[in-house]
Ligand binder design. Sequence first.
Ligand code: HEC
Ligand code: HEC
Length: 206
Amino acid sequence: MVYKTLTKVSLVAGLAIGASSGAFAADEPKTMMGASDTMLANTCAGCHGTDGVSTGPAIPTIAGLSNDYFVEIMKGYAAGTIPSTIMGRMAQGYTEDEIKQLAKFYIAKPFVKAKQDFDPNLVKEGGKLHDKYCEKCHAEGGQSAEDDAGVMAGQWTPYLKYQLADFNAGHREAPKKMAKKLKDMMSKEGQAGIDALISFYASQQK
Ligand code: HEC
Ligand code: HEC
């Protein structure tokens, strides 16, 4: 497991204990063979909710993503090319077919936006920055799953902040064009730009 920051560790450390039953199941591939969707998804429910709508701010909601994004990120976690605190170990316990099965199960569920606090004074600026730097690949203000780039509108903001910090630090590799846009944005706006974007994503509660 790769721990990035202390905050991240403290937020998910408790989860590692909760994950042990899941990890145990994942260690027994035989019992997973031919498992039903619900049986497979049971392992995820403790953290991501029964329908993929997570209730904890450091854990992303995984319902309603695109199939390609879901499958690619699970493979990336398993291979270690996408950094994680928990998911690397989790993802390694599944075959490619099981990952596809899990994807099919979760993409059919609605992404329910998290209700969370944000700074209303930053929303307008965040929306402008989003349109300028991010909208091209994160369409509809970050709501669309279709561009295979995750969902940011209504996603838990602590999770988004960790991802942006990881992209900025080069721990998580952003697609080339995104890396460029993010760098441009950071050099012009700095951390205030991130704060504004985060407020904008959290403000989209409908
Ligand atoms: C112990 C808690 C825990 C369990 C159990 C768990 N996850 Fe996760 N999941 C996380 C955390 C935390 C992250 C953020 C990445 C990280 O730090 O590991 C995450 C991230 C993800 C993401 C990326 C979402 C995005 O928007 O990029 C997907 C997909 C995912 N998990 C799927 C699953 C599936 C499928 C299962 C069951 C096989 C599962 N998770 C089980 C905690 C958990
Ligand atoms: C050229 C297209 C492109 C642009 C522009 C772009 N992104 Fe991305 N973004 C992607 C893709 C593709 C992914 C999925 C990467 C992966 O699978 O690791 C992604 C992933 C992300 C994630 C992780 C989502 C998750 O659930 O883990 C965040 C956060 C993010 N982008 C933020 C931004 C922000 C903020 C901007 C604007 C400053 C931006 N992106 C601009 C293509 C883009």
